[in-house]
Design a binder for this molecule. Structure first.
Ligand SMILES: *Cc1c(COP(=O)(O)O)cnc(C)c1O
Length: 658
């Protein structure tokens, strides 16, 4: 490990808190809960049980519970391979019912006259079992579906049969998309085609005339109010979708001329995903409500307002950061209902039925990715190298001196000297003063001193800054059996934070700091954003338990990965889909509802046009040549082909040798 990796010695940048390592007996499950913030972001669905393992509790503490660590082991006993994506449909049921209940309550509390219809935008996670579960759980609450493309419309038509559930058609549309949607009205679906671009309106009226089917039309408004956070660009004058005020007025005129203004039933807008603040939600609502009342005064008697998605998920539990939200689902519902009510009452317009397109908020919580640690690049060094002598360069003698003289009293001075000597070592090497062996000695000594200094600092009052800085310096890299690009792409693509923590051993203090590196050869293939539960800021390292190769498996979980990650995931380095399971909880125990095997190597290779048969045949021919010229025995050829074929049938992730 090169010294140059970690040249930051600015104490001001280092968080000023850090935990001194407690004797093991003093560390409790509560300490772990606090450290990882699980009771904040876990939303009652995840907690640490008395055995020190993460438990999944879809109905809260009093409801059924499954131990995630035991589950992980029992799934492997069944031959399911790690990394595993574990889905909990029970959590989805809770989310669907929660959102519905919040709107029912808001409607009752405000004596609002319209009704509530949720729709789930399938782009958030189109996996078939999941959408089927949503439709099933959504029956009682009339949950509908939203599609944003022609393929998604085809999915929706095959899965949706909820009698009064709404189907919303968004996205770019051609005549075929529109005709399919119109014809689907005839099989009894409440299907609303939203005009996202002005040219689509004529396509819709033409198709309606051709098929003699009366369409239900929505207008998507381009609001001026923007969201906030990572996905702000979905609204505003330059956003990709929606009609400007001018286009809306022209659209109404156009429909009037066609004598079809009564087909205009819905006004839609969407200000972007994961809106962190309720203030943005309210201001966009106000603007949209004005569009709604104005459309009424132009003669369009709309029935629905569709407020889009954006309802956020609290990924870090802080309640105020970019990865969090400063409102609850109930506050969201109250604000939607009361804002619409106030503005409609002012203008004497009937209250619209409310459609929401919350996707993330319904499915983010339900899935967890579990993977194991394969190895560690460990910088903790207990023993110093052989002592420097009088003949060695001065820098070596200085380091030797720091190592020996370090005490609690002079720790500040030693810390500064140590950091100074680090940059000096690099300079001396670059200028040809130190040779490689000497540089290696200096690096070993640096880590030996840092290790000794950390343990001294932990026992010395007022050394929190030094402890934190040394923890970062001595931070390990944990090599993990998963691909960021396949399983948590937003962590890489938009720097999104996901809660990550060990799923077991939480009665013991996790006393190492680590960053997590994945299996890909890409230097971006790592997770380096973690929750700092003390400060609420983001930190670069995760507290973990010590691990060495050969130890019992150490499992980490990435939580709240149910929204967007799977379909955005890619095949970087040819790591494919992971194994996935659907787990339903029973009063005691659980059932495995579905097992969806991950990609085999052969499957992944077919995406890039390799055929298994040709590959095996080609390798076989190479072995024949080598057998012929005596470089390979027939037995070796057989073994090579066997490994090759097994490799092609196998998992793309690392597996234990049988
Ligand atoms: C993506 C999308 C949604 C879903 O947004 P979430 O923030 O996940 O709830 C809803 N409506 C439209 C039009 C979208 O494009």
């Amino acid at each position: 490990m090169s010294l140059s990796n970690n040249t930051s010695t600015h104490l001001s940048k280092v968080p000023t808190h850090a935990f001194a390592k407690l004797p093991e007996a003093e560390w409790t499950v509560e300490n772990s809960s606090q450290l990882y913030g699980i009771n904040n972001w876990g939303n009652g669905y995840f907690r640490i049980n008395k055995d020190g393992n993460v438990a999944v509790t879809p109905k809260g503490e009093k409801g059924p519970s499954v131990d995630l660590y035991e589950l992980t082991q029992e799934l492997q006993d069944r031959g399911i391979r790690i990394p595993i994506m574990i889905r909990f449909p029970d959590i989805i049921r809770e989310r669907v019912h929660l959102l519905h209940a919040c709107f029912q309550k808001a409607i009752a509390d405000h004596s609002y006259k319209g009704s509530y219809r949720g729709v789930y935008p399938i782009k958030v996670n189109q996996q078939r079992h999941l959408v089927q579960e949503l439709v099933k759980f959504g029956k009682e609450v009339h949950l509908g579906l939203e599609c944003g493309s022609k393929p998604e419309l085809l999915v929706v038509l095959s899965l949706m049969n909820t009698p009064d559930g709404v189907i919303i058609c968004n996205g770019f549309k051609d005549a075929e998309y529109i005709e399919t949607a119109l014809l689907a009205k005839k099989i009894g679906r409440e299907i609303i085609i939203v005009v996202d671009r002005k040219d689509e309106l004529k396509l819709i009226t033409d198709a309606a005339k051709k098929l003699s089917i009366k369409p239900k039309i929505g207008f998507r408004a381009k609001l001026n109010t923007q969201g906030a956070g990572k996905w702000v660009d979905s609204a505003g004058a330059r956003s990709k979708f929606g009609l400007t005020a001018v286009e809306i007025v022209e659209g109404v005129e156009f429909l009037k001329k066609q004598d079809m203004l009564d087909c205009l039933e819905l006004l839609h807008y969407h200000i972007g995903s994961q809106v962190p603040s309720i203030q943005s939600i309210k201001s966009s609502l106000k603007e949209a409500a004005r569009f709604y009342t104005e459309l009424h005064s132009l003669g369009a008697k709309l029935k629905y307002i569709d407020v889009g998605g954006g309802l956020g998920v609290d990924y870090d539990g802080t309640g105020w950061s970019d990865s969090s939200i400063n409102y609850s689902e109930q506050e969201y519902a109250n604000d939607v209902v009361s804002t619409l009510q106030t503005l409609c009452d002012e203008k004497g317009v009937p209250h619209p039925n409310i459609v929401t397109e919350s996707g993330r908020a319904l499915v983010a919580h339900h899935s967890v990715l579990i993977f194991n640690v394969m190895g560690v690049n460990n910088l903790f060094k207990q023993d110093p190298p052989a002592p420097a002598t009088k003949q060695d360069p001065a820098i070596m003698q200085e380091l030797q001196y720091i190592y020996e003289k370090l005490t609690p009293e002079n720790i500040n001075e030693c810390f500064n000297d140590l950091m100074q000597s680090k940059s000096e070592t690099l300079n001396l090497f670059t200028y040809g003063v130190l040779n490689l062996t000497q540089r290696a000695w200096c690096e070993s000594m640096f880590f030996a001193i840092a290790t000794k200094m950390l343990s001294t600092a932990q026992k010395t009052p007022d050394c929190e800054d030094i402890v934190a800085s040394l923890r970062e310096t001595l931070c390990d890299t944990y090599f993990c059996n998963f691909s960021v690009f396949q399983s948590v792409p937003d962590s890489w693509a938009v720097g999104q934070l996901f809660p990550v923590m060990p799923i077991h051993n939480l009665k013991n203090e996790p006393c190492h700091e680590a960053t997590l590196a994945d299996l890909t050869c890409d230097s971006d293939g790592k997770i380096e954003k973690f929750i700092d539960s003390e400060s609420g800021e983001v930190k670069k390292t995760l507290r973990v338990h010590p691990f060495k190769e050969g130890d019992a498996p150490y499992y980490l979980g990435v939580f709240l990965t149910g929204a967007y990650q799977e379909i955005l995931g890619d095949l970087h380095n040819l790591f494919g889909d992971t194994d996935a399971v659907h787990i339903s909880l029973r009063d005691s125990g659980y059932t495995v509802d579905h097992y969806v095997p991950g990609d085999t190597v052969t499957e992944v290779l077919t995406y890039v046009q390799y055929g298994r048969a040709e590959m095996v045949d080609s390798v076989r021919q190479f072995t024949e040549e080598s057998i012929a010229n005596g470089n390979l025995t027939k037995q070796e050829a057989k073994a090579l082909i066997k490994h090759y074929e097994e490799g092609l049938s196998g998992y793309t992730y690392l597996e234990e040798m049988e």
